[in-house]
Design a binder for this molecule. Sequence first.
Ligand code: SF4
Ligand code: SF4
Ligand code: SF4
Length: 288
Amino acid sequence: MNELREKARELLQSGTVKVIIGYAQGTTPLHTKPIIIRFAEDSDKLVMNKYCVNNLSVYLTRKEFKGNGTVGIVAKGCDVKSIVQLIQENQVNKDDLYIIGVNCNGAVSELGKEFSAETVATKCLHCMVRTPHLYHTLIGTQEELPKRADTNFEMLQKLEAMTPDEKWNFWEAEFEKCVKCYACRQACPLCYCERCIADKSVPRWIESSAHTRGNIAWNIIRAFHLSGRCIGCNECERACPAGIPLSLLNRKMGMTAKKEFDYVAGMGLDTPTLVGTFDVKDNEDFIK
Ligand code: SF4
Ligand code: SF4
Ligand code: SF4
């Protein structure tokens, strides 16, 4: 923690960064909240622990931060994946960023619960970026991560084994619960369109009331818009008040991108984006 605070103080005092987006203590020791600090004397408000769950890169595309000087950001490896994806998509200029990378020891799946083998987030179970793949300075040391069964993957396998009708019934029942609050969109660092297709009314592509037809359209369109781009931070599912297992959709899309195109979103700064490129040799077997 001291390492983080000292670095933040140094960066703000020297004028290397204008602001730092990080985590502050929340209402209990099992909660943290995002904080934006502009003054070196506020550096002691920063914390870093297993309850630093939010993917703070969601703020990088906000107009308050764009073109207003170098932004410092505290980032776990999974958050750095979305930063890389945002740079690849020309939404963030890497020269305007200072990444304080964190050697990560996992994150809790739900704020307010004690971190343990039962509560470690699913995304941490197979994490390849506990040391971020892009940073300006690296803080912290690593400990062993607790292990548990990947029940999310087990559910995905069950879904894979279903008939198309059974799959449809499963997702129809899940999307029934959607209340069209758009929390999934707001929490997602890669849902940055200034005007979302869901808000367009001329023409109205997606029905705005929360009923099955519009809910299915919204969730399927969002999954398609994130395919080959979603970095699996799982912030959308965490934000969803209806408990819809959005990670199953996102993970399936990610697995397809890997299988068909050997592409993993957010990993290669110099790699063109999957949806932004076309190769005549691309495997098209999946188009049915
Ligand atoms: S996915 Fe990796 S980097 Fe992200 S919180 Fe879990 S262990 Fe840390
Ligand atoms: S779709 Fe969900 S898991 Fe994927 S990047 Fe957005 S918030 Fe993260
Ligand atoms: S967060 Fe959940 S309930 Fe809200 S719009 Fe997204 S899927 Fe629907």
